[in-house]
Write a protein that binds this ligand. Structure first.
Ligand code: NAD
Ligand code: ZN
Length: 342
């Protein structure tokens, strides 16, 4: 089968012919229809320090997708050939303390599809049936293909009460943009999104009503807060840039007793002034992946109840134009980029 392979220890990704994966008793085999490019795939493409120390070469990468089941293992009885599906990319052990305690997203032995085991930039993907999410009919193929990052946004945005709250989102990447839509839907009063990239701030502004954007490279966050009439600071902060100065700016603009959820992953160690956390009595929660499978349930229902995330998808390419797709993603002048198989 055709697959995009991290075939060499250098920048790039290559289309190759690789053996089709085989389907075990508890697995399903999915024919991939759409693949989306994740920030993680960009780290692997650019071959940065993290990728060099994490990805065994050669490796079929990718983990954002939707497709159709073409084979099911003998022990699988809740899914059928022909089902439209996406899937959870974190494969968990099922027997560690957290798995047994119902916190599978915190499994001590998590293995990542397209990171530690073969991924979905391929004609076929095999995953455990437990990781499969059967798509409700109201979720379009395009939206389904970005359910993995949508799940990061849902998990982060629903960490704290949103009703009537003023929310700061640092980072208007695809996940920050989707989070803005979720916060508004969940009842936030003001949602302010910061970035240093005007293209992305424009996407954020248009994802839902009543979203304020601030380019922190040339405007003051405080000015935006004053013009909204905010006097005391943000109630909830969602850090979605992975940039230390953004987190610092967030902490210094929170209300006393405010709550922060951190999704963004800084590439290196960062320095923070913990005085903000202590004297303001801030609560800080780290977010990893998606809750299995409560976040997936919420995703399906949020789409049905009116959270519209299509507009974060800005580009479509045929899988054969994957080089152009990766370059578009690397340019910073895009939201989500989708590659179509067939
Ligand atoms: P992205 O890299 O596309 O977006 C990050 C955005 O932050 C960019 O638009 C960038 O311009 C912006 N930014 C840069 N400097 C800034 C500043 N000073 N203030 C505000 N914004 C600034 O990333 P994404 O795909 O949207 O993902 C968001 C973050 O979440 C990334 O750090 C990613 O690595 C991380 N992530 C974490 C998990 C997890 O499980 N914890 C899962 C997926 C992604
Ligand atoms: Zn486990």
């Amino acid at each position: 089968m055709k697959a995009l392979v991290k075939a060499k220890s250098e920048k790039g990704i290559w289309m190759q012919n690789v053996p089709e994966p085989s389907c075990g008793h508890n697995d399903v085999k999915i024919k991939i229809k759409k693949s989306a490019i994740c920030g993680t795939d960009m780290h692997i493409y650019q071959w940065d320090k993290w990728a060099q120390s994490t990805i065994p070469v050669p490796m079929v990468v990718g983990h954002e997708y939707m497709g159709e089941i073409v084979e099911i293992g003998s022990e699988v009885n809740n899914l059928a050939i022909g089902d439209r599906v996406s899937g959870e990319g974190h494969i968990v052990c099922g027997h560690c303390r957290n798995c047994l305690g119902g916190k599978k997203h915190l499994c001590l032995n998590t293995v990542g599809v397209g990171v530690n085991r073969p991924g979905s930039f391929a004609e076929y993907l095999v995953i455990p049936a437990e990781n499969v999410f059967k798509l409700p009919a109201h979720v379009s193929d395009d939206v389904a293909s970005i359910f993995d990052p949508f799940g990061n946004a849902v998990h982060t945005a629903l960490s704290f009460d949103m009703v009537g709250e003023d929310v700061l989102i640092t980072g208007a990447g695809p996940i920050g943009i989707m989070a803005a839509a979720i916060c508004r839907h969940a009842g936030a009063r003001f949602v302010v999104v910061t970035d240093v990239n005007d293209y992305r701030l424009e996407l954020a502004k248009n994802i839902a009503t009543n979203i304020t954007t601030v380019n922190v490279a040339n405007s003051e966050l405080k000015t935006a807060m004053q013009s909204l009439g905010m006097v005391e600071g943000f109630d909830v902060g969602l850090e979605m840039s992975g940039v230390g100065v953004a987190l610092e700016q967030m902490m210094s603009n929170m209300i006393n007793g405010g709550k922060i959820a951190i999704l963004g992953i800084p590439p290196d160690k960062i320095q923070l002034d913990l005085a903000h956390v202590i004297f303001k009595g801030l609560t800080i929660k780290g977010i990893y992946g998606r809750e299995m499978f409560e976040t997936w349930y919420k995703m399906g229902m949020l789409v049905q109840s009116g959270v519209a995330i299509e507009r974060v998808i800005t580009h479509h390419f045929s899988i054969d134009d994957y080089q152009l797709a990766f370059e578009t993603m690397a340019s910073g002048q895009s939201g989500k980029v989708i590659m179509d198989w067939n």
